[in-house]
Design a binder for this molecule. Structure first.
Ligand code: PLP
Length: 237
């Protein structure tokens, strides 16, 4: 924890929440965008600092890292806030079994095969798993996610599955021209929402990171996922 300071983490969170609030007002958002703390490489003791600032959502990228940290997270309900842990990284089908009990939402569902395994295990564990479909909105080779044009048909296949609840979409857009890509995501999201597909509530649009979160708010993001902006630039320590 040497390189982390509780004061700066708190100040970063307050600043970001303030900026989100202003942006929501400016752009007339119906619902206030929620801030998720992305925890990769951050020690659990440091991650726990975020709860006192009202953050409710943690984002996990790696199965192995999460399993090592989860028992140290302060996830008990506190002051009426129930923390949730969402899986946001690439998830291999054979790893679903390790996280099925401890994760509240899987945001990175990008294939029928992965969804079928989540559905199977959720039913076996007596739960319904909330999921988002990850969309590769920039069509980048290097990124996971389904092609925008395949998204509706995938959601129509997932919606009837009883072990999963399709709550919306997630994306990591290309690093430049985010207006274009967030705009396209908003369009796709609203198009699917307007179809009123039974079993697909479409209330979550997860997009925006440290460098582009205010732009994401402008296009209707309901969850921004921020790591560097809260904890600092860990890779260069
Ligand atoms: C790391 C990560 C983030 C946060 O990125 P920052 O630039 O550190 O804010 C958000 N979403 C996903 C999927 C990530 O892997």
């Amino acid at each position: 924890m040497d390189n982390y300071s509780i004061e700066s983490v708190r100040e970063n969170i307050r600043t970001i929440i303030g900026n989100i609030g202003e942006a929501c007002e400016k752009y007339g958002s119906e619902k206030k965008t929620e801030l998720m703390a992305v925890t990769k490489t951050v020690p659990p003791e440091v991650v726990n600092w975020v709860f006192s600032e009202g953050i409710r959502l943690l984002g996990e990228n790696r199965v192995q890292e999460f399993l090592g940290k989860k028992d140290s997270y302060a996830l008990k309900e506190n002051d009426g806030i129930s923390p949730e842990v969402h899986f946001i990284g690439h998830l291999q089908t054979n790893k679903v079994k390790y996280i099925i009990d401890d994760i509240d939402m899987i945001q990175s569902v990008d294939s029928l095969k992965l969804a079928q395994e989540i559905n199977r295990l959720a039913l076996a564990h007596n739960k319904v798993m909330d999921i988002l479909c990850e969309v590769n909105i920039g069509g980048e080779e290097s990124k996971g996610g389904i092609a925008p044009e395949d998204t509706i048909s995938l959601i129509e296949q997932l919606a009837p599955m009883e072990g999963i609840r399709v709550c919306g979409l997630m994306t990591i857009p290309p690093p430049v021209d985010s207006d274009i890509y967030f705009g396209r995501m908003a369009e796709l999201f609203n198009k699917i929402k307007d179809r009123n597909i039974e079993g697909a509530s479409m209330e979550v649009l997860s997009m925006g990171m440290t460098h582009d979160y205010l732009n994401a708010v402008k296009y209707g993001s309901t969850i921004v996922r921020i790591g560097t902006g809260i904890f600092g630039r860990r890779d260069y320590r």
